[in-house]
Every structure is written in C-alpha cells, then in structure tokens.
Design a binder for this molecule. Structure first.
Ligand code: ATP
Ligand code: MG
Length: 560
C-alpha cells in the first residue's frame, strides 16, 4: 500500500491535515470550501473527486461548502450545464444548502477593482492582437517584451477601459492587462490578461456586459469575496498561485484564501477532459452526455452505478500531491462490491436457446421458489414458472464440447438453478445447421436442484420459462477506449469498436419486465443491470452496469 492509500483508509490526507492544524492553531474559526465548476459541460468522475474532497471536508470539520459556477466565458456556457451540474452534485449525495453562487454575481465588484488597479498604475489597456501578445510573452527560457502600450497614462487607460465596457470596440480589439513583470520567471506573472472584449449573451447577465474577466482574475477574487478558507484545486494551478496572491495583495479583498493543489484523477481506458467529452457527444461517437459509456456522472448514473460506489472509490484512491493514473479496475471493484451487497437476484437469458423437456407433461406449469439475495434472507423469495418449454443461454450448450466444458452437451446432465436436473437427449437444427432447439428430459426426483441419490452435476445454469418470461433488449457496455492511455489529441482512433453490444432477443423474468423500478438487479451469472430510460411498456431495455467478474482484460485484450 502507498502512503496515500494508508492515509485514505483512515480518511486522512495532506489537505485534511492542513485543515486540522489550522483549526488546532486557532488560525481559523470556521472552514469554508467550494466546488467551482465552469458550466461548459457535464460533470465527470474526476469532478466527483473534487466534490467529495470539498464537500467532505466541510462536513467533517463542521464547515460549509459553496457551489460556485465559474461562469466567465459566455460563449461556452449554457443553462443546461448549470442544471445538470446541480443535479449531479445532489445525486452524488452532497448539498450546498443556501450557498449557491455565480462568479457573474461579482462582475460589478471585479470591474471596480480593475479600475482600482488602473488608478494604482497596476493595469493597462493593450491594443496588441492576441497573437502579438502571445509572441511577446516569451518562453520558459526567454523573458517577454514589454507592450508598446504598457506605459499609457492612467487617464487614457481608464477612458479606454470604460469604453471597452460600454461596448465601443469589437471583439479582440483590446484587453486589460495587469502590469507586473514581463521578465518574471513565472509566465503567469508576465502581465496577464484581466479582461477581454466579448459581445456575447451571458446565461445570467444577458447583454449587460461587453467585457468579461479572465478565469485567473475572477477565480481567486470570487473565493475572497465568499470568505473561502481553503481554496482547493488541481495541480495545474500551482503556477498560478503567485498571481492569485498578487491580486490578494493589491486589491481591497475582504478575505485572503489559501490555495492548496492536489493531483487530478486520471483513469486508465478513460479520458477526463471536458473538451474531449464534448466532442464525443457532438461528433456522435456516443448517444449523449448520459451515454452509459461516458465517464460523466450522468452516464454513470444511467449505467446504474450507485453514488455510494463513487464515494467509496474516491475515498479509496485518496488525495495526493503527485499525478498518477488509477486503474479503472479499482472503480469497477467498488461498483461490484456495492452492488453485490444491495442488488436483488433475478434471471435473464441474453441469447436464448429453446429447450423442450420431453417428459414434462404438456400444458402443466409449476412454481419454483427462487431466493432474492443469497446473503440477505430478509430480501425474501419469488416464484418462477417452470414448464415443458424453457430457454437457456446459447453459450451454455455445446454440441461438441472441449474437455473442460461442463455445461450442457448431448448426453450430459446439469442443474437448472432452483429447479431440476436436466439431461440433453436431442438436438434440432435449422437448414443452415444451426442448433435451434434442444430436447431434454428432467428428473422429477431432483426438485429444488438436488438428487436424493446424491449424484452430482458439474454445472448450474440459469433458465427462464418460454411463455412466461418476457422479451427485452439488453445493452452490454465495454470500455469506450481500447487503449489504457487513449490519446486525447486523436481520441477517435482509440475508440473501442466493441464498446456497445446489443442483445435484442433477450428474455427476462416477467415481473422484472413489468416493474418500473430503477434499482439495479443482478441477473445471475451475467452481472448487474438497470432499466434504461429508453424502455417502453412493451419493450424493456436494460443496461449492464458491470459484469460479475473482471473479464475486461480478455474482452479488449490489453490491461496487465
Ligand atoms: P476539464 O479539464 O475536464 O475541462 P476543468 O478542470 O476545466 O475540467 P472545471 O469545471 O473548471 O473543469 O472543474 C471544476 C473543479 O473540478 C476544479 O476545481 C477542478 O480542479 C476539478 N477537477 C476537474 N477535473 C478533475 C479531475 N480529473 N480530478 C480532480 N478534480 C478535477
Ligand atoms: Mg477549469
């Protein structure tokens, strides 16, 4: 075990240690954190890590956690995303109470502070193009060059900035920049852009603004306005911290948050970037943000993944300061563990093969009692009809079995779960030679699945009654990408062509078909399944949440 995972088991990590010591030393009386998504896409499982960290710390230390939308880029942001983010945070089990905020609530104050920077000689309007600014910024090894507009008089800067605000200039004509140091070793300090001109309608402020603050300018100040004590973000913002601290020093902010950086979640076979996820949706590689193959919270939910499994996963991976990649098998393990405990058992046949029990009286039916959960007697039992015509799984029969095949083949005997022993006595094929029906006999003395003479069978198979089961469509999902580290720049090439398999002729227990429940169930020997929203009354559709065992390495060929 790594140090992080040992700490994670104990529910500790370096950020919680910092919070604890701040409280112990009485540096702070209350803990305030926030989760600050930009509403430009749906949340994914990486965000769940940040949500669990921020809301979790607030819960554990008696503080509060704000939900703040960082809505500073109206060209990419939409109300649909704002709504989905709120729904997903709630679904994960967290609540911001009355602490719902938007960076756009602070536009007025941020603007006033920017004028203050201009008056203090700490900001200027630059007329260079975006490209000129980029080139003059220099590189890691070369200093940048001062803009020819850097020493504009304060009055001219104020006048131009006000006219930018009034909408006098077209997009991109000018920007407001902080006046820090074009030779700074940290590129973020080379006169960063504070405001850009953007004639765009904002989901909340409409057409009021023609200029919008940069993320770097808005983010830290929003934290300061809200009194955030621990501003927790991912490692890529570590180099931005000196800039955020510069703002806190120069502006009349009401509080001075401290920023702490942690490693973002990376998962094998998965891309966690909103840019990529947006493109997967836009280009039709998936059916939408909630496609069950997506690592989005909406996709995981539709797939049947319980929020408790996500919380457990996030707890197990812990919080570290160094980037790493987590095996997606760890997430799958947490899903299986939770579902094994909570899911009722039922039977389904994905690829039905008809079986006729020749010695079972025609027209007769009996009820077989089946248990709903092997480890939980309180889950009770149910009854399944057993008669002359049944379905078994096509894969459970082989006409010419290899040595280690213990399921049904000509002459062999197997147990039908909860019911009887059956023996295969004949095969019926269609014109093309495909097996379409089996003829079997059953042993009436083996009712319940045991032989009074003590004879054993090597396989127990699931089955369903032919007429008393219902048809269903079953969707089996595999990894969306076929490589452990898909290439974010060229992700389409790494998409797994077998990421979705659809079984249109599946059969399920009648009661499952008729139920509207959204609870995940285990179809015995198949995995965990949940009813999909595409279901209609006559056409139930089930998603496989996950298989029973890790067959993934075999399916895609790769992993380990
Ligand atoms: P992306 O890089 O996918 O576009 P983002 O970081 O720009 O995502 P935001 O909406 O800004 O998306 O993210 C909100 C919060 O979630 C931020 O604090 C960010 O650090 C955190 N976050 C985003 N991705 C991850 C991840 N993979 N692991 C942990 N935290 C993450
Ligand atoms: Mg971001």
């Amino acid at each position: 075990m790594t140090t992080e995972s040992v700490a994670a088991e104990a529910g500790r990590d370096f950020i919680r240690d910092i919070v604890q010591s701040d409280l112990d030393a009485k540096r702070l009386s209350a803990i305030v954190t926030r989760f600050p998504p930009e509403p430009n896409g749906y949340l994914h499982i990486g965000h769940a890590k940040s949500i669990a960290l921020n809301f979790g710390i607030a819960q554990e230390f008696g503080g509060r956690c704000h939900l703040r939308f960082d809505d500073t880029n109206p060209t990419k942001e939409e109300q649909e995303y704002i709504d989905s983010i709120q729904a997903d945070v709630h679904w994960l089990g967290y609540d911001w109470g009355k602490y719902l905020f938007y960076a756009s609530d602070y536009f007025e104050r941020l603007y006033d502070w920017a004028e203050g920077l201009i008056r203090a000689g700490l900001a200027y309007v630059d007329d260079q193009t975006q490209e000129e600014i980029r080139i003059a910024r220099g590189t890691l090894t070369e200093p940048g060059k001062n803009s020819p507009f850097r020493d504009r008089p304060v009055e001219e800067n104020l006048d131009l900035f006000r006219r930018m605000k009034a909408g006098e200039f077209p997009n991109g004509a000018r920007v407001l920049r902080a006046k820090i140091d074009m030779a700074a070793g940290n590129i973020n300090l080379r006169d960063p852009v504070l405001y850009r001109i953007l004639h765009a309608t904002h989901p909340r402020t409409g057409d009021k603004w023609s200029i919008y603050p940069s993320y770097d300018y808005a983010h830290g100040q929003s934290d300061a306005i809200e009194g955030i004590t621990h501003s927790i973000c991912t490692l890529e913002f570590e180099d931005h911290r000196p800039l955020y601290d510069w703002f806190l020093e120069k502006l009349p902010v009401p509080s001075t948050p401290h920023q702490y950086e942690f490693a973002r979640l990376n998962l094998t076979y998965t891309l966690l970037s909103k840019r990529v996820l947006t493109q997967l949706v836009r280009d039709g590689h998936v059916a939408g943000w909630d496609d069950p193959r997506m690592p989005s919270i909406a996709g995981l939910k539709r797939r049947g993944v319980p929020p408790a499994a996500i919380r457990e996963f996030v707890k197990r991976i812990g919080v570290a300061k160094a980037n790493s990649v987590v095996d997606v098998g760890m997430l799958e393990f947490c899903i299986r563990e939770e579902l094994n405990r909570t899911s009722q058992r039922r039977m389904a046949v994905l690829r039905p093969l008809k079986v006729v029990i020749e010695n079972y009286p025609e027209g007769q039916l009996e009820e077989i009692e089946a248990i709903n959960h092997p480890d939980d007697p309180t889950a009770g039992t149910r009854r399944i009809a057993f008669g002359r015509e049944l379905y078994i799984e096509r894969d459970d029969f082989m006409e010419n079995p290899p040595k280690k095949f213990f399921r049904l083949s000509p002459g062999t005997e197997v147990r039908l779960r909860y019911a009887y022993f059956i023996r295969c006595t004949g095969i019926i094929k269609d014109a093309s030679g495909e097996v379409v029906e089996l003829r079997c006999t059953y042993d009436p003395a083996t009712k319940g699945g045991n032989a009074p003479d003590g004879r054993k069978v090597k396989a127990t198979m699931h089955w369903l009654p032919a007429a008393q089961s219902k048809p269903a469509e079953i969707r089996v999902y595999n990894q969306l990408f076929s490589k452990p580290s898909p290439d974010a720049a060229n992700f389409a090439a790494d998409i797994n062509p077998q990421s979705l398999e659809i079984w249109t002729d599946a059969r399920i227990e009648a009661a499952v078909a008729e139920s509207n429940s959204n609870e995940v169930i285990q179809f015995e020997r198949q995995g965990y399944f949940v009813r999909d929203k595409d279901s209609t009354r006559d056409h139930p559709v089930f998603n496989r949440t996950i298989g029973l065992r890790d067959t993934f390495a075999k399916e895609v060929g790769g992993k380990g």
